[in-house]
Design a protein around this ligand. Structure first.
Ligand SMILES: *Cc1c(COP(=O)(O)O)cnc(C)c1O
Length: 337
C-alpha cells in the first residue's frame, strides 16, 4: 500500500474547461499547466483540456514545454516565463514570451508581454512587432481582490494593444475569466479554475467549478494516549483524558504542511482534527474511539476542499495543490474519468 494516493478526476477537468469556455463567451481558453499542472499532472490535464476545447497549453519554463511536447506532439505550447535557450525551444516548436530586453528572437512564434501594473515581468512599452510576433499579453495583479486596479490594467492593455488587433491579445487569468468580462480579449490563460480550485479561496461551486484532486491515506497506527501523554515533536498536544490517536503516514515532505495542524481531515468519512506538530513523514489525528489500522483518511476530496486547508494554513489553494508531493517515491497518482 502506498503511503498516500492522489486521484485526479479528468471528468472534473473537462467540466471546468467547458465552464470556462462558457464564461469566456467566444474568447479562447488557454490551459495553464505549469508546475506539473498545479500538482495534478500536466500531460493528463493538458490532453483533456485540449479535448474539451482549449487551444493552447501554457507553462512557465522551457523544460516543462519540452516534456509536454514529447507527450503531445501536436499541441500549441506557450512558455510564459523567460527562455534563455531559444534554439531548444524552436526545435521543440514551442512559442515563447519576450518580457525584457530589446531583442526579439526570430524564427519562433513570440508573445510580447507588457507590464501594465503587475510590476514584475514585462516590457514598459510595446515595440513595433516583427512578423513572428503572434500574441500580446499582460498579467493582472488583483483580479481576485481589487477590481478597480484590474480595470486600470485592462484599460492600459486595451490602449497599448489597440493598434495591433490582428494579433492575439490575452490578459485574463482564471479569476478574471470567471468574473471580469472586460478582461477577456481574444484568449484567457486559465490555471487554477481548470483544476476546480477557487481563485477567490471560496467554495469553487460558487463559480460552477468541480474539484479534480483527491488525496487519501490511512491510519497506519492507532494508539491510546493516557492523560498527560503527548504526540509529536515538542509535545504540543498533550492528552487531558485517555485519547485515541491515529497516525497518518504523510507529513510536510508530502505536502501536509506544518501549519496545517488543526486542519480537519475525514477519518472513515467523519471530520477529525490533526493534532500535535506535523512532522516530515507523519501527522496525528484525534479520534473519538478505537479504529482499526488501515482505516481510510481523506485529506482532500469527498467534499473536503483544498480551500479549507488553505484557510487553515493562511495561504491560497494554489500553494496547497502545488505542494502535494506526487513523486512516485512518496505517493501514487491515478486518474479516473
Ligand atoms: C500562472 C499564470 C496564469 C494562470 O493563473 P490562474 O490564476 O491559475 O488562472 C496566467 N498567466 C500567467 C502569466 C501565469 O503565470
Amino acid at each position: 500500500m502506498h503511503r498516500s494516493e492522489i486521484t485526479i478526476d479528468l471528468g472534473a477537468v473537462r467540466h471546468n474547461a467547458r465552464r470556462l469556455l462558457e464564461a469566456l463567451a467566444g474568447a479562447e481558453l488557454w490551459a495553464v499547466v505549469k508546475a506539473d499542472g498545479y500538482g495534478h499532472g500536466a500531460v493528463d490535464v493538458g490532453r483533456v483540456a485540449l479535448e474539451a476545447g482549449a487551444s493552447v497549453l501554457c507553462v512557465a519554463a522551457v523544460e516543462e514545454g519540452l516534456a509536454l511536447r514529447r507527450a503531445l506532439p501536436h499541441a500549441r505550447i506557450l512558455v510564459m516565463g523567460p527562455t534563455d535557450d531559444v534554439a531548444e525551444a524552436r526545435e521543440a516548436r514551442l512559442e515563447i514570451t519576450v518580457a525584457r530586453g530589446a531583442e526579439i528572437p526570430a524564427d519562433i512564434p513570440v508573445h510580447l508581454k507588457l507590464d501594465t501594473g503587475m510590476g514584475r515581468w514585462g516590457l514598459a512599452e510595446l515595440p513595433e512587432p516583427p512578423a513572428n510576433v503572434v500574441g500580446l499579453m499582460s498579467h493582472l495583479a488583483t483580479s481576485d481582490s481589487d477590481r478597480g486596479f484590474a480595470e486600470h490594467q485592462i484599460e492600459r492593455f486595451r490602449l497599448a494593444t489597440a493598434p495591433f488587433s490582428q494579433l492575439t491579445r490575452h490578459l485574463a487569468n482564471s479569476a478574471a475569466a470567471l468574473r471580469i468580462s472586460d478582461a477577456r480579449f481574444d484568449a484567457a490563460r486559465c490555471g487554477i479554475a481548470l483544476y476546480g480550485i477557487s481563485p477567490f479561496n471560496t467554495d469553487p461551486a460558487e463559480d460552477g467549478l468541480r474539484p479534480a484532486l483527491s488525496w487519501r491515506s490511512y491510519l497506519a497506527q492507532v494508539k491510546l494516549l493516557q492523560a498527560g501523554e503527548s504526540t509529536g515533536y515538542g509535545r504540543r498536544f498533550v492528552a487531558e483524558t485517555p485519547t485515541w490517536i491515529g497516525v497518518v503516514p504523510i507529513g510536510y515532505a508530502d505536502g501536509f504542511r506544518r501549519d496545517m495542524t488543526g486542519a480537519e481531515v475525514l477519518v472513515d468519512g467523519e471530520p477529525r482534527r490533526a493534532v500535535g506538530t506535523v512532522s516530515m513523514d507523519a501527522f496525528a489525528v484525534e479520534l473519538d474511539r478505537r479504529l482499526p489500522a488501515g482505516t481510510p483518511v481523506t485529506i482532500v476530496g469527498d467534499g473536503l476542499l483544498i480551500e479549507r486547508h488553505a484557510a487553515q494554513a493562511e495561504t491560497i489553494g494554489y500553494e496547497i495543490a502545488c505542494g502535494i508531493n506526487s513523486s512516485p517515491e512518496r505517493s501514487s497518482r491515478r486518474t479516473v474519468d
